[in-house]
Design a protein around this ligand. Structure first.
Ligand code: ZN
Length: 257
């Protein structure tokens, strides 16, 4: 189909999930943030190029995440998935595994991690010919520039009746979130997740606010982000070093139909 010039412009700002036109809510440097009129999710435009992403993730480290905290959260996520039938006999693939702490915490020969930006390992998710009982994506969905395409591919290697579990940033949380173009490209809602799952053939089995372990000083600096420094430095607290806290993310489990 040929597009007129103005259609091309409009095309650039349609919602990546429901393809309804969005409206601009904010500009950050050269990026614009749009909000979908239908599903209310927020998304970045223009999307970064492959080269920009490769560059960004080649020296990406999440400064907030210490290994000991990542492990506490991994163990808790494993526990949460045990109510969906997860055991260490299942075949599990952790997509976007980073340092592979989740898989290591499972202590199972049947669990594997995949990370596009890891130095070794398969380059394409479709290089895996086997089918998995569980696929997990911890804090990955908000980073994807083509969520529908990536998720469609991923679902082809999930068994029928298999489960996909993820956490991602939502705009519907009472905990503040920050627009971070290049790093976070999509900010989700319940309607947009349900729509995405429907498109790729998943049924939502659980959708709840995500709580996690976090260092208290890091957590406070996030929730008090807009409080001026001179006030923040005078806040006295008696929190332990590590706290279990609500986040601006959701925890979702879907089952392949
Ligand atoms: Zn939408």
């Amino acid at each position: 189909m040929k597009l007129r010039g103005d259609d091309k412009v409009r095309n650039l700002i349609t919602c990546p999930v429901c393809e309804v036109q969005g409206f601009r809510i904010k500009d950050i440097d050269r990026y614009k943030i749009y909000k979908c009129k239908n599903c209310r999710m927020e998304y970045v435009e223009p999307l970064p190029t492959k080269k920009e992403l490769d560059n960004f993730y080649s020296n990406y480290t999440d400064i907030r995440a210490e290994d000991s905290i990542l492990k506490m959260n991994a163990l808790r996520n494993i526990q949460a998935l045990s109510s969906h039938g997860l055991t260490n006999e299942n075949k599990l693939l952790d997509f976007g595994c980073g340092k592979n702490i989740f898989v290591k915490s499972g202590n199972s020969p049947h669990w594997w991690g995949y990370d596009k930006y890891a130095p070794q390992g398969p380059q394409m998710i479709t290089d895996y010919h086997e089918k998995w009982d569980f696929i997990t994506m911890w804090g990955i969905l908000e980073h994807l520039s083509k969520p529908k395409e990536t998720m469609k591919q991923l679902i082809t290697i999930l068994k029928e009746g298999g489960k996909l579990a993820l956490t991602t940033v939502t705009v519907e949380s009472t905990i503040p979130y920050q627009h971070k173009p290049l790093e976070h490209l999509m900010y989700w809602t319940r309607v947009s997740i349900e729509k995405l799952f429907e498109l790729i053939g998943l049924k939502v089995k659980e959708y709840i606010p995500y709580w996690m372990f976090q260092k208290s000083d890091i957590y406070l600096s996030l929730v008090l982000r807009t409080v001026p420094e001179e006030i923040k430095s005078n806040i006295y607290h008696k929190l332990p070093e590590v706290v279990f806290v609500p986040t601006n993310e959701i925890f979702v489990v879907g089952e392949k139909l």
